[in-house]
Design a binder for this molecule. Structure first.
Ligand code: C5P
Length: 210
């Protein structure tokens, strides 16, 4: 098995930015799992399916024309062969992604694809349940967070289109694979750290264990 670096944490914790930089540093592929949940959400909305109508989502799920690939050293999601980009950060996707991500069948479909990436190569994978569910046996688990104050400031900088606090609440309280720090994950509080410091700290820790 190739190394799998699990980076979890709430929204606005800075984990995407650092995960990508750590992947570059190590020469591993960066996998953004949030994009996968966002893609399923976008597709359901495109089909006029109400994300809260679980039966309708489950009926459509087997024929979702999404595929999960790579563009250089990072993961991408394709719909009918075309990469999805701006679609994934639309307001309506922000508003409904936590509802779609709470459906166990959606999660198991995507978790299987996430594990497929690591069958091919080493990965730095970022999400909410990577250390708890996707790679429970990896020795490389990091839970990246920041104080309420710092996260609020980062939220403000991201604009008002994403109700991050509401997503975190839903993601933390769902029954299946909630956002949580794995018992054996290293907690990295980035409140008073620069991006460089976080990347150095995690990369050093990984290299000590490799
Ligand atoms: O990482 P990002 O903020 O783009 O994730 C969007 C949403 O996807 C999260 O709020 C969560 O509902 C869902 N998600 C998840 N499990 C993951 C990654 C993302 O449930 N591993």
């Amino acid at each position: 098995m190739h190394p799998a670096i699990a980076i979890d944490g709430p929204a606005a914790s800075g984990k995407s930015t650092v995960a990508k930089l750590i992947a570059d540093r190590l020469g591993y592929t960066f996998i953004n799992t949030g994009a996968m949940y966002r893609a399923v959400t976008w597709y359901m909305l495109e089909q006029g399916i109400d994300p809260a109508d679980t039966d309708a989502v489950l009926a459509a799920l087997p024929s979702v024309p999404l595929s999960f690939g790579k563009d250089g050293s990072r993961s991408i999601v394709l719909c009918n062969g075309s990469p999805l980009t701006e679609e994934l950060t639309r307001q309506e996707v922000n508003d409904h992604v936590s509802t779609i991500a709470a459906i166990p069948e959606v999660r198991s479909l995507l978790v299987n694809r996430q594990r497929d990436y690591n069958r091919q190569e080493p990965v730095v994978m970022e999400g909410r349940d990577i250390g708890t569910v996707v790679f429970p046996d990896t020795p490389f688990k990091y839970f990246v967070t920041a104080s309420e104050e710092v996260r609020a400031a980062r939220r403000a900088a991201e604009g008002l289109t994403d109700s991050i606090a509401e997503r975190d609440r839903k993601d933390s309280s769902r029954a299946t694979a909630p956002l949580a720090q794995a018992q054996d994950a290293l907690l990295v509080d980035t409140s008073d750290m620069s991006i460089d410091q976080v990347v150095n700290f995690i990369t050093d820790n990984i290299q000590q264990k490799l």
